[in-house]
Design a protein around this ligand. Sequence first.
Ligand SMILES: [Zn+2]
Length: 80
Amino acid sequence: MPIYSYKAIGGGCAHCRDGFDAMQSMSARPLAKCPQCGGKVKKIPARCHGHKNILSNSNLRDHGFTKLVNKGGGTFEKTT
Ligand SMILES: [Zn+2]
């Protein structure tokens, strides 16, 4: 089954605020609400699930995520 990505339109909860993936059949209707908080969500255009590393820094940046690497001693370095 394909995986669809959704993201909260409003504030959202911890589950949907930064987006989440949902596995749905092709015929299923897209989600309109977050399954956790019931807040409105929108479908994000399908991303490539091929051999591309979805957790690569460039891909995270493309999707608006920030990756922080723990450098120890309570300091974090932003890598995206
Ligand atoms: Zn939510």
